[in-house]
Design a protein around this ligand. Structure first.
Ligand SMILES: NC(=O)c1ccc[n+]([C@@H]2O[C@H](COP(=O)([O-])OP(=O)(O)OC[C@H]3O[C@@H](n4cnc5c(N)ncnc54)[C@H](OP(=O)(O)O)[C@@H]3O)[C@@H](O)[C@H]2O)c1
Length: 256
């Protein structure tokens, strides 16, 4: 892993911390000395991870939250503020990927993806941007990291709505940077390719899921590990305050 200066003194919020990239990122940030609020819906998972982090000498706060629910995100932000104080590093990793042919008309899946992957990030940004701006105004490093996807750029049949949510997120991150950069808040958008996480387990289509097309892609390409993405978050957050890695595309070596 890349050596970088420790993140002691930083206070982080990681959404999607119950599994995959979010959990790996929370582990890494805590190991580097940050206090980390763990946000996702599965509270049991968050408590387990917080215990693991504490056993390793770190500090984490499990906070059950649903990013599709503004009141839930606001309550989480209030709890984080009360328990950990001002946040200076936000990693928005919560997301869902639900591929199906467009003409199946799965409004339920479309709504869930848009509400989680796009509006969910907006809710997170709304809840924590005040902290980031205030931290930056006092001369501290302040970071917003969004987790988009290579799917923002590449067209995959049956992934139209997922790809559209990620294209929206990539655009949103660039726009946010234009608003937050002048106030010294860094915005980094990470676009991973195929990564070994729980993401594919929610696919509601046997042909497309882990026992079908997705599984075949894992076989053929070989995925990234969630820790590879976490490593990038640790790297960007530990650069000097003047340095903002704006956009990172990270793919398994064999992925086109
Ligand atoms: N894996 C890949 O190949 C890949 C590639 C490119 C981009 N990505 C992106 O990477 C991000 C992380 O996904 P992952 O691959 O690490 O998959 P994952 O293991 O499924 O993690 C997704 C996380 O999001 C949380 N989440 C889902 N809905 C939520 C909600 N409504 N409110 C709060 N948390 C919610 C889940 O926890 P709960 O279910 O407990 O809420 C889980 O912790 C996603 O945005 C995904 O689109 C993944």
């Amino acid at each position: 892993m890349t050596p970088y200066p420790p993140l002691a003194g930083r206070t982080a919020v990681v959404t999607g911390a119950a599994s995959g990239m979010g959990a790996a990122t929370a582990r890494l940030l805590a190991a580097q000395g940050a206090s980390v609020a763990l946000l996702a819906r599965r509270e049991d998972r968050l408590k387990e991870l917080a215990d693991e982090i504490a056993a390793a000498g770190g500090h984490a706060l499990p906070v059950a939250a649903d990013v599709t629910d503004q009141a839930s995100v606001d309550a989480a932000a209030a709890l984080v503020g009360a328990r950990l104080g001002r946040v200076d590093l936000v990693v928005a990793a919560a997301g869902v990927m639900l591929p199906n042919p467009l003409d199946d008309g799965r409004v339920d899946e479309w709504t869930r993806m848009i509400d989680t992957n796009v509006t969910g990030v907006l809710r997170t940004v709304r809840a924590f941007t005040g902290d980031l701006v205030a931290a930056a105004a006092e001369g501290a490093a302040a970071d917003l990291v969004t987790v988009s996807s290579i799917g923002a750029h590449v067209v995959f049949p049956n992934y139209a709505v997922y790809g559209a949510t990620k294209a929206a997120l990539t655009h949103l991150a660039a726009s946010l940077r234009s608003e937050l950069g002048p106030r010294d808040v860094r915005v980094t958008n990470i676009e991973p390719g195929l990564t070994d996480t729980e993401l594919g387990t929610h696919v509601d289509n046997a042909q497309l899921g882990p026992d079908g097309q997705l599984g075949a892609m894992f076989e053929a390409i070989g995925p990234l590990a969630a820790e590879d993405v976490a490593d990038l978050v640790g790297y960007v957050a530990s650069r000097p305050r003047r340095v903002n890695l704006r956009q990172i595309v990270v793919l398994p070596t064999r992925q086109a």
